[in-house]
Structures are given as structure tokens and as C-alpha cells.
Design a protein around this ligand. Structure first.
Ligand SMILES: C[S@@+](CC[C@H](N)C(=O)[O-])C[C@H]1O[C@@H](n2cnc3c(N)ncnc32)[C@H](O)[C@@H]1O
Length: 362
């Protein structure tokens, strides 16, 4: 069978671009073309399921040309581009990379552009979407009236950045960040691609004991299971509603959830190898129980339950928490800032300082 080089674009949360690029390279079948603002361009020629857990969305590049002019008459060039797409090849590539067959029950498209133009995004969407739908023999859903697209439509995207016009087709039948398991949610629940990036940063190994002391709806533990199966996953939360949400979302997965206070964990000293957590210091959830007004108790318990070789990956709303980490003897070995729904949290990787090796010199 002749293999075609397929070009793709994966989109992510700002700050996760290196984690996404690493995950793409770890598939073993891809080369990276470009790492940009919130996106990674890459290519692959393997027939291979591309489930990228740190991506918000993954698209196949359907067509690319020079950007068009700013006048309404220039829109004809985009309709021409939609006529030039090799729909059969695109449908084959979508299928080969784990996407659904064909183009679903219809076509929907979302457009964005940079610079001043005399046409609107809806003019672009309708001009291109109608051509694609007609060629595929499917209904077209316009976004012009604000109605959400019906489920099962193929999702297209068109970007005009002043240099290029890119037409993209979503690989899956829904955005990659929407997880089938996440049916029950709570305030402050974590965006699954961020949880996946945290689980990947933890470098999990089967057999390790992994704890989320404030587990909410269980996102971190579930993503940890999908990242490396075979760990022992344990979560606590003071809120019984959160515990129930985590149990429901985990379903048959081997995740144990207990009602407990992260300020006084029912665990022995040095009992866990990895801690994954976004503690309740954000705007959406208040610290409760023994943590209310006492964040230092969370840090004390973290340092107590982690093994000497242990590692914690935590999401903190600001740098103030790092002082607590140092006070309990944990060293921040990597800090990355993300941009997440209007906030700028820090993704922090903590370990116990390793004793320095004595120099064998004089
Ligand atoms: C930001 S949310 C965690 C979200 C979770 N990672 C998820 O994806 O759903 C913080 C959680 O901390 C819990 N919490 C607050 N105080 C706590 C305490 N003292 N001990 C344990 N959990 C606590 C809240 O009930 C909430 O579920």
C-alpha cells in the first residue's frame, strides 16, 4: 500500500506546547514541523491511532494556500480552495489515524482571521462550509445564528493569519479535550489535557502508589491510569459530592476514592511514590476542613507521605506556595506557567533534594 505523508495540527493550552510536542514524538511515528503559540504542526505517514491526551484538539491539514485579500470578492478564492480538497484522501487519512468514517452526519466549520477585512467570520464559514457539504453530499450547519452544531457533524476549521489560509478537519468526532469518562463534574475540576500533562510529567511506572489528596472529580487519577496502567491509584476529598463524582467517573477503573482530609491523611509516612494534585487554593473552590486557613498543613502532609525518591506534580495558582514547599524540605525542580481560562497557574514538579555526591578529588 502506498503511504502518504499526512500533515496535522494539534492545539493545546498555552504552556503545554513542549509537553504536547513530546507526546507527539513518543508516538514514534511523527516528526514535528513547528511549535507555535498553542499549537504544534507535525506529520506522520503511519496508519496509527493518534490519541494525544495533552491536546485540546487535533486536526488534519486539508489544504493550505496564500492568505486571501481583505475584500468580499476575495472570498471566491476560499470556495475554490474547498473545491480543490481531495475529500477521499482526507477521509482515508482520518480513518487511518483513528477518526470516524466519512464526514459524519453533516459539515460545520469555525473560522478565525487576523487583520482588518470587509467580510465576517460567518461569510468565510458559509462560503467554504456550503461547498464542502455539497461535495460530501451532506447537510451544512451554519454558526451564523448562534445554534450549536448537531453532534456527529464533521468539524472543520479555517484560519487566515495574514500569510496563509489553512483549512483543517478535526480528526475525531469531538474535540480531543472532551473525555468520554467525564460525565460527572464539580466546580474547579481540572481540564483533562492539563491533568494528562501532569501525569506524564510524573514519569509513572507500573506498581507505583499514586495519590491525589484533593481528588475532586478524579481527573488526575483517571488520566494517570490512561497514561501508565498498572499503578495503584488513591484519592481523598472532604466533599462527599466530589468523592461520588470521582467514583462515577472512574467507573470500573482501579481507582480507590475515600472521604478524607488532606490536612490529616489516613496514610503512613513515606507511603506514596507520586502525588498529583491541584489543591483548593484557586478562585473556584475553597479549602475546607483542616486546610481552611492553613495551607501549610497540606504541604506538611505532602512531605510526610512521599517516599524519599518520590515526586509531586502540582498546579498552583501563584508562586507563593513554593515557599511552603521549601519549608517542608521539597525542592521545585521545574516550574512552568500555563494560561488556563483566564488564569496563569504554575505547573510545579517537586522532589526531595538529593544528597550531593562527595567529590573524590583533593
Ligand atoms: C481544585 S479542586 C480539585 C479538582 C480535581 N483535580 C478535579 O479534576 O476534579 C479541589 C478539591 O479540594 C477539595 N478539598 C477542599 N478542602 C479539602 C481538604 N481539607 N481535604 C481534601 N480535599 C479538600 C475540594 O472539595 C475540591 O474537590
Amino acid at each position: 500500500m502506498r503511504t502518504r505523508r499526512v500533515f496535522l495540527v494539534a492545539r493545546c493550552v498555552r504552556g503545554l506546547e513542549p509537553a504536547l510536542a513530546t507526546e507527539i514524538l513518543r508516538t514514534g511515528s511523527a516528526t514535528i514541523d513547528r511549535i507555535g503559540h498553542r499549537e504544534v504542526g507535525f506529520r506522520t505517514d503511519d496508519h496509527h491511532d493518534l490519541r494525544l491526551r495533552t491536546a485540546d484538539d487535533v486536526f488534519l491539514l486539508a489544504h493550505r494556500r496564500d492568505d486571501i485579500g481583505p475584500h468580499k470578492r476575495d472570498l471566491a478564492a476560499l470556495a475554490e480552495m474547498a473545491r480543490a480538497v481531495d475529500l477521499d484522501a482526507l477521509a482515508r487519512a482520518r480513518r487511518a489515524h483513528g477518526g470516524p468514517p466519512g464526514f459524519g452526519g453533516g459539515v460545520e466549520i469555525s473560522a478565525s482571521f487576523l487583520g482588518r477585512r470587509t467580510y465576517s467570520r460567518y461569510d468565510i464559514e458559509d462560503g467554504v462550509g456550503r461547498v464542502l457539504a455539497e461535495r460530501a453530499g451532506l447537510p451544512y450547519h451554519t454558526r451564523r445564528h448562534g445554534d450549536p452544531p448537531p453532534p456527529g457533524h464533521s468539524g472543520w476549521r479555517l484560519t487566515l493569519d495574514g500569510t496563509h489560509a489553512c483549512l483543517l478537519l478535526r480528526l475525531g468526532h469531538r474535540p480531543a479535550h472532551r473525555r468520554a469518562y467525564k460525565n460527572t463534574t464539580i466546580a474547579g475540576t481540572l481540564h483533562p489535557p492539563v491533568a494528562a500533562a501532569m501525569a506524564q510529567a510524573a514519569e509513572l511506572r507500573p506498581g507505583q502508589r499514586v495519590l491525589d489528596p484533593c481528588c475532586g472529580a478524579g481527573t488526575l487519577l483517571i488520566e494517570a491510569h490512561h497514561t501508565v496502567p498498572g499503578t495503584t491509584l488513591l484519592g481523598f476529598d472532604v466533599d462527599p459530592v466530589a468523592c461520588q463524582a470521582a467514583r462515577r467517573n472512574a467507573g470500573p477503573l482501579p481507582v480507590t476514592v475515600g472521604h478524607g482530609d488532606a490536612g490529616a491523611l489516613p496514610l503512613a509516612d513515606r507511603a506514596v511514590d507520586r502525588v498529583l494534585c491541584n489543591p483548593p487554593w484557586g478562585a473556584q473552590v475553597d479549602a475546607a476542613g483542616r486546610l481552611a486557613g492553613h495551607p501549610e498543613r497540606w504541604w506538611h502532609e505532602l512531605a510526610r507521605v512521599l517516599t524519599d525518591e518520590g515526586r509531586a506534580i502540582v498546579l498552583l495558582p501563584e508562586a507563593g506556595g513554593l515557599g511552603h514547599a521549601l519549608a517542608v524540605g521539597l525542592a521545585p525542580v521545574q516550574v512552568r506557567q500555563l494560561s488556563l481560562f483566564g488564569s496563569r497557574p504554575l505547573l510545579v514538579h517537586l522532589e526531595r533534594p538529593r544528597p550531593r555526591r562527595r567529590s573524590s578529588g583533593r
